[in-house]
Design a protein around this ligand. Structure first.
Ligand code: CP
Length: 341
């Protein structure tokens, strides 16, 4: 694996390898000494052009747990605010000897450009590009679903729809995942639809018609405009709520639907809606949450919510991604000694 840019086109073998490696990384994180020497001498740059809490901190934690040197670069306070281009920033990182660049950018395709423009000799990990992709979020979501509903590595909930396959290599076949809310602006939704489908799960997107992207009919999923009907009749194993991204809507103030109250009434997830799900179903949200809009505090803090666990799993998944990019084996099975292009 040279870069991790998208889940669309990620092979099932690579997805399973990432999840199995994440499970191994997670096992090391319950030890007293959490640190591994694996990436000693390597430099990981966190290049963030957009705000982030979870992704930036967990990539930093993951790189440090693997003993890499970490450089945190945020566009605010850098020469980007003086007009420096992505290319010149990349050339600067190349000059500093970056082995891996973790990039978040508001422009869809920025990570792909960084990986393929020839500006850098480094592995590129997409930490979210515009409304396009957020592959490590989808991987940590799949990892969390697998742990709870497939029974892999220990925290399985009894009563899952899936027969319990506890082996490494288990996929998500037979599981039903509902992804609910602002699909239009969500790189998390896009990344999850493709990854979950590759892993064998069935996915239904639930959203108001105004928040469904053009071309969704080509995505490998169903689309519903009715949350209650989907929950009652389809009985999903996991409900993944999406943040309403008011900052990406015209005017930035959120004129997205008749009103936030109406949105909440029709598409908000709360304890009443949780009660119609099967007993084993879990509640997810990538964060940050708009409590009281797309999810109530009662649902977010419910024992069946795995939202905090998603954040914790992000460290293991990002350790796995960094490890496979920088220290795994190449296509011929040879151990990597440096970043390959
Ligand atoms: N889920 C997610 O990407 O959160 P941050 O924006 O805080 O990184």
């Amino acid at each position: 694996m040279k870069h991790l840019l998208t889940t669309q086109g990620l092979s099932k073998d690579d997805a399973i390898l990432l999840l199995d490696t994440s499970a191994q990384m997670a096992a090391t994180q319950s030890r007293e000494n959490k640190k591994l020497p694996t990436l000693r001498g390597r430099t990981v740059v966190n290049l963030f052009y957009e705000d982030s809490t979870r992704t930036r901190i967990s990539f930093e934690t993951a790189a440090k747990r693997l003993s890499a040197d970490v450089i945190n670069f945020s566009a605010k306070g850098s020469s980007v605010s003086k007009g420096e281009s992505l290319k010149d920033t990349a050339l600067t990182l190349h000059a500093m000897g970056a082995d891996a660049v973790v990039v978040r950018h508001s422009a869809s395709g920025a990570a792909h450009q960084l990986a393929h423009a020839g500006w850098l000799d480094a592995g590129v990990l997409n930490a979210g590009d515009g409304m396009h992709q957020h592959p490590t979020q989808a991987l940590l979501d799949a990892f969390t679903i697998r742990r709870h509903l497939v029974g892999n590595v220990g925290t399985g909930v009894p009563g899952s729809r899936q027969s319990t396959d506890t082996s490494a290599g288990a996929d998500l076949s037979g599981l039903r995942i509902a992804i609910v809310g602002d699909v239009l602006h969500s790189r998390v939704a896009r990344s999850n639809v493709y990854l979950l489908r590759t892993l064998g799960a069935e996915v239904t997107l639930v959203a108001p018609p105004t928040l469904v992207p053009v071309g969704v009919e080509t995505w490998p999923c169903r689309v519903s405009y009715h949350l209650d009907e989907t929950l009652e009749q389809w009985q999903p194993d996991a409900v993944m709520m999406l943040r309403v991204q008011r900052e990406r809507m015209s005017g930035g103030s959120g004129s997205f639907f008749p009103s936030p109250m109406e949105y909440s009434r029709k598409f908000g997830f709360d304890a009443r809606r949780l009660a119609v799900l099967p007993d084993h179903s879990i509640v997810m949200h990538p964060g940050p949450m708009n409590r009281g809009l797309e999810i109530s505090a009662a649902a977010a803090d419910h024992p069946r919510s795995v939202i905090v666990e998603q954040v914790a799993n992000g460290v293991a998944v990002r350790m796995a991604a960094l490890y496979l990019l920088l220290a795994g084996t190449d296509e011929t099975g040879t151990e990597k000694t440096g970043t390959e292009k």
